[in-house]
Design a protein around this ligand. Structure first.
Ligand SMILES: *[C@@H]1O[C@H](CO)[C@@H](O)[C@H](O)[C@H]1NC(C)=O
Ligand SMILES: *[C@@H]1O[C@H](CO)[C@@H](O)[C@H](O)[C@H]1NC(C)=O
Length: 504
């Protein structure tokens, strides 16, 4: 628009140029044109400026700190005391209670941000930016007191003086904090904590803490106030490479809430549920704690499988740049170990097939992006197994809840993790013909081909999925024959025509 306006000036001026001396009217015309252009210019500039102001979060933030209390329980809390302690020592502070639902019974005289949107309210009503107008924000757990009154100022100084990578400072609210290293891999759905080395910047802290950060940084997080608040903030910070620093010598007095046994029991229960739903929302399905403990969030025997029907051998998670969710890998390992135990008990000869043999050759486990396990069996041995006999007639649920059935997709058996969770091990029956292992029907996958029976005479034992499994002898040679010369050294996704490793 600017271009258009400025071009009009010389155009009009040129048409009048020759007449300038002779025609006084021309001067008036030129003056009017210039005036019009100036007005037009101002008008477009004004429009643009206004639209920028409307779109962006451009309203400037003011100096100061907003204290946000998110970690409290609506049914038993110390919000009134916290309010008194913080606002009496520092009347200039702004206090905001952030909650999914309103505290009950109600506490008048608190400013509350109700995070759960209400269908009759504008969307900004549940947005953090509408409530926080200061440059800094302190995330304060319930039960904390501001004593001495300069604790937050010392944290603010700590943040100002911190090295550039540090975006969050933490101070103890109760016992001292420990500096942790946090590694988040979305590809592996994993958040992994360990004690940080002396030389390392913290990625998280353990212990109850007050966190202070710039409001703009908090606004940048897609899950700014999801519970459990601290781990959610730390995980998002880790993905942005933000460091956390403990402000030494600053410690807030704190009375833990809820204080009653019943209240704590309710709070613990709620916290476990919140953690599970938040971690799923973040795409974290495995948390490895500092003490080595692991918490899995995802599918179980009671839930459906955590990915849908696989099309073109390429499960949906691969398109999102992710590998098999940890709970699924674990369930697959459990299933294959269970199947192997029963096959061996009934004397059915089996061996690792296809991608499972490839995984065993590479690293003694299921390939980290694979979605099922393949075993070959001797067709003539099927009668030896009560489970396979049962599967032949339809389907059979064994004593541990695994489902054995004849696959609807073709001439093979399938053992599912459970009736609702269809993670599975496929059993492909082969029979020998003139020294070659063959089948009556094939999947059409390039690696699904006949092979000499000598690879099974004898079988060998390989590590697989946390146990031992039977496998063809000379398995490297067999794999090169089936998958190509470089298949073991150069991993590739199952269907490179659809999706290649390292990009489409
Ligand atoms: C919070 O503190 C302010 C200032 O001291 C006071 O006006 C208000 O009533 C307090 N609210 C509650 C619920 O204690
Ligand atoms: C983080 O985790 C990934 C995947 O588990 C691993 O490959 C990487 O080495 C880890 N990085 C650090 C710094 O520990």
């Amino acid at each position: 628009m600017y271009g258009l306006v400025s071009m009009q000036v010389p155009a009009h001026a040129a048409s009048c140029d020759g007449l300038k001396m002779r025609c006084p009217l021309c001067r008036v015309l030129i003056a009017l044109t210039l005036l019009c252009n100036a007005l037009l210019l101002y008008y477009t500039w004004h429009l643009q400026f206004r639209s920028v102001g409307r779109q962006g979060p451009q309203t400037p933030l003011t100096p100061g700190i907003t204290v946000v209390v998110r970690e409290f329980r609506t049914f038993e809390h110390g919000l009134s005391d916290l309010n008194q302690s913080f606002l009496r020592s520092r009347p200039s502070l702004s206090l905001l209670i952030a909650s999914d639902t309103l505290p009950y019974p109600p506490v008048p005289g608190l400013r509350i941000l109700k995070l759960h949107p209400s269908p009759d309210q504008p969307s900004v009503a549940s947005r953090l930016e509408s409530y926080i107008r200061t440059r800094l924000v302190a995330l304060v757990p319930d039960g904390t007191s501001l004593n001495p009154p300069d604790l937050l100022d010392r944290m603010a100084r700590g943040l100002r003086e911190a090295p550039p990578g540090v975006r969050i400072v933490a101070a103890a609210a109760g016992p001292p904090l420990h500096c942790l290293h946090l590694n988040v891999s979305l590809k592996k759905w994993t958040a992994s904590y360990r004690s940080a080395l002396k030389s390392e910047t913290c990625g998280a802290v353990s212990g109850t803490a007050v966190l202070l950060l710039r409001s703009r940084d908090l606004f940048e997080l897609p899950f700014p106030l999801a519970r459990p608040l601290h781990s959610t903030v730390f995980i998002q910070a880790a993905l942005r490479g933000w460091g956390v620093q403990i402000v030494e010598g600053v410690s807030f007095p704190r009375t833990p809430f809820p204080a009653t046994d019943h209240g704590r029991w309710k709070a613990d229960l709620a916290e476990r549920q919140e953690e599970a739903s938040t971690m799923r929302a973040l795409g974290v399905r495995l948390v490895q704690a500092v003490d080595g403990g692991e918490r899995l969030f995802g599918c179980s025997k009671e839930t459906p499988r955590c990915f849908g029907t696989v099309v073109g051998e390429t499960p949906e998670y691969l398109y999102e740049g992710r590998w098999t969710p940890p709970c699924c890998l674990r369930a697959l390992r459990d299933t294959v170990r269970h199947v192997i135990k029963l096959l061996e008990a009934s004397g059915v000869r089996y061996w690792l097939e296809g991608g499972s043999l490839l995984g065993a050759a590479r690293h003694g486990d299921i390939i980290p992006w694979d979605y099922d396990v393949d075993l070959g069996i001797y067709l003539e041995d099927v009668v030896l197994s009560a489970e396979l006999r049962g599967a032949q007639g339809g389907s059979l649920v064994d004593s541990e809840g695994y489902v054995w059935e004849r696959a609807v997709e073709g001439d093979f058996f399938r053992v599912q993790y459970s009736q609702s969770n269809h993670l599975h091990v496929d059993l492909w029956p082969f029979y020998p013909r003139d020294g070659v292992m063959t089948r009556d029907s094939w999947t059409g996958h390039p690696q699904d081909v006949e092979f000499p029976e000598r690879f099974l005479q004898p079988l060998q034992t390989l590590s697989f999925a946390g146990g031992l499994a039977q496998a063809p002898n000379n398995h490297i040679q067999l794999l090169r024959m089936k998958f190509g010369e470089r298949a073991i050294e150069e991993p590739e996704y199952p269907n490179p025509a659809l999706l290649r490793m390292g990009g489409r």
